[in-house]
Design a protein around this ligand. Structure first.
Ligand code: COA
Length: 163
């Protein structure tokens, strides 16, 4: 049983930050290296950074599976699309269709905002996530490189799904 809970308190932001710390270190250090992951966690996924993003229109949701907190998502309403900024599931819970259930929730959110597409960005070397997104109906629309400061760049593809 998957539950998706809107997150809007400091205690929840800390819980998301802890999940991010576990998932990002395990998943991204082999892809972009430890110094970039340290930097990105501090800049984007500390409890304070999450709170600030919520103030700026990002919505965060905690994912629980059989009452265990297993991941989180973040979305933002844009003019033409719903931006799926984050979707992360703990490695031991992947492949159980949790991502698929969550994507149905995201699609419903897009429709409720009268938006016709969902867009996301994914690291070009994040092969498993790219495969999962393709299975979930997303199409690669090309490269997007973003300078995130301190000499680091995000080397991403943008992927889009029409809903
Ligand atoms: C990407 C992620 C959120 C997907 O969630 P998940 O719960 O593992 O995905 P699901 O089990 O719901 O699978 C969804 C679909 O993708 C497919 N899929 C998932 N992982 C796959 C892989 N490595 N290779 C091929 N297909 C894959 C599943 O088979 C399923 O398709 P189907 O229903 O047609 O069989 C999760 O794997 C994750 O957190 N990955 C690591 C962090 C990450 O990279 N996040 C994205 C950052 S942009």
């Amino acid at each position: 049983m998957v539950d998706i809970t809107a997150v809007n308190t400091k205690a929840y932001y800390s819980q998301i930050a802890k999940l991010a710390d576990i998932i990002w270190r395990e998943h991204y250090i082999p892809i972009v290296g430890k110094s970039q992951v340290d930097y990105m966690l501090d800049k984007f996924q500390s409890a304070i950074a999450i709170e600030e993003q919520v103030t700026n229109g990002f919505e965060y949701f905690l994912i629980t599976y059989e009452e265990v907190a297993v991941g989180y998502i973040s979305i933002k309403k844009e003019a033409a699309s719903l931006f799926l900024s984050k979707i992360y599931v703990l490695s031991s819970y992947r492949g159980k269709k949790i991502g698929k259930m969550v994507m149905m929730f995201v699609e419903e959110k897009a429709k409720s905002y009268q938006l016709k597409s969902i867009r996301l960005t994914v690291n070009i070397n994040n092969i498993n996530a790219i495969k999962a997104y393709e299975k979930l109906g997303f199409i690669n629309t090309g490269a997007l490189i973003a300078d995130i400061g301190n000499g680091f760049v995000m080397d991403d593809y943008q992927m889009v799904k029409t809903v």
